[in-house]
Design a protein around this ligand. Structure first.
Ligand code: ADP
Ligand code: MG
Length: 385
């Protein structure tokens, strides 16, 4: 689960990671008031769950009261398009107003779990700021990684590796050590899958400050953090994913055109693979679960069909706890309520499969039967080609 920059910065403060003073606003009047209290110049920063805001016009500095009013008006209510939002962009409902500072140097610092080494990786660069992707692509040697064994945690030698890697001045080493130590503790305490500060700045006064803040908390662990639960912003959720969550369906929207409905997460992964192998691309991941009811199947169907990219649907069910006849009734029920605008290929095996096939055959629906999974994938790939 992602949180906003201003929320991540609240947590940073608790862990002794320095941030600038500021306030959150959802109206131009509030921005004016916060700016007047802080003193000029200020930075006005769009709060959306995506990076690249600066380049998209979502982060602006204002040096006079008039400029504050002007940039607040421009940013609040804008549809901000960045590399990470997709072409549709995001509506900006809130801004963070913070002190504007004179920047001497922009560093990059993030912490992520590294699957390959089963460690926690600290990623650093001297060339932080808005072009970090470019740095990674053209001068990868300017990005350094320090791997921390999660069992023993962060040690002095990790801090030294990081600081020497960044070629930090001597007098910055102590404050930097505090920032990295605090950030590491925050990462572990909050079950994060990512914490990123880009840029971590050195000011003209030689202070280290987190100018930006990104945090992604493992959704499966959010129940352990009531303060994070309260930070959830429903406006940032994908609407179809939010709808699916209401019905306890595990749905993730993807950008292909083959909708698929599968029971069991492992089978769903395998189904996505086989769709790819057949030359097509999945439009979603959808696990209807082991004990799905006909209603749940209907809701799953509705959500898949609400995606305008979907040109064909593959239903792949291995009847176990979810019996094939229950699934078939759900499909029929759904098809009666929502218009089946695209062809549907069905592959069913397992408990009550004969009864399931009978229900589908007698439904009068135009369904395409598949002999097995490979056959199902190639049939649906042909449909969407
Ligand atoms: P994003 O990564 O989404 O573009 P950032 O918070 O990193 O957003 O801001 C983009 C750039 O704007 C920063 O790299 C920095 O140069 C500048 N900036 C952001 N906040 C301030 C501030 N408070 N004072 C001065 N410059 C700032
Ligand atoms: Mg940034």
């Amino acid at each position: 689960m992602k949180i906003h920059e201003y929320q991540a910065k609240e947590l940073f403060s608790k862990y002794n990671v320095p941030t600038l003073s500021g306030g959150v606003a959802d109206s131009v009047e509030q921005v004016d008031k916060i700016a007047a209290d802080l003193g000029l110049p200020v930075a006005v920063k769009a709060q959306i769950h995506a990076g690249g805001r600066g380049k998209g016009g979502g982060v602006k500095l204002a040096k006079t009261a008039e400029e504050v009013t002007q940039v607040a008006g421009e940013i609040l209510g804008m549809t901000l398009v960045t590399k990470q939002t997709g072409p549709e962009g995001r509506l900006v409902r809130k801004v963070l107003v913070e002190k504007g500072v004179a920047i001497k140097k922009e560093l990059y610092l993030s912490i992520i779990p590294d699957r390959e080494t089963a460690t926690i990786a600290i990623v650093l660069s001297q060339d932080g700021g808005m072009d970090i992707e470019e740095v990674a692509a053209s001068t990868p040697e300017r990005i350094i990684k320090v791997y921390v064994n999660p069992l023993t945690g962060i040690q002095g030698f990790h801090l030294r590796q990081a600081m020497f890697g960044l070629e930090l001045e001597k007098e910055l080493m102590k404050p930097f050590g505090k920032v990295l130590g605090g950030l590491y503790k925050l990462f572990v305490d909050y079950d994060c899958s990512m914490v990123e500060i880009n840029p971590l700045i050195i000011t003209e006064d030689n202070e280290i400050i987190a100018l930006d803040a990104k945090m992604d908390i493992d959704s499966n662990a959010v129940y352990r953090h009531p303060d994070v639960q309260e930070m959830h912003d429903p406006f940032e959720d994908d609407p179809s994913e939010a709808e699916a969550a209401k019905f306890n369906l595990n749905y993730i929207k993807l950008d292909g055109n083959v909708g698929n409905m599968v029971n069991g997460a492992g089978l769903a992964m395998a189904t996505m693979d086989i769709i790819k192998q057949a030359g097509a691309n999945p439009a979603n991941f959808l696990d209807v679960g082991g004990g799905a009811s006909a209603d749940q199947v209907e809701n799953g169907f509705r959500i898949i069909l609400s995606d305008p990219n979907v040109k064909g649907i593959l239903i792949n069910i291995f009847g176990g706890i979810l019996r094939c006849d229950v699934l078939a009734s759900g499909v029929v029920q759904a098809a009666k309520k929502v218009e089946l605008s695209v062809p549907v290929v069905v592959r069913m095996e397992g408990t009550n499969v004969e009864e399931g096939r009978r229900i589908l055959a007698e439904s009068g629906l135009n369904l395409i039967n598949a002999a097995d999974l490979a056959d199902a994938a190639s049939k649906v790939a042909e449909i969407v080609a």
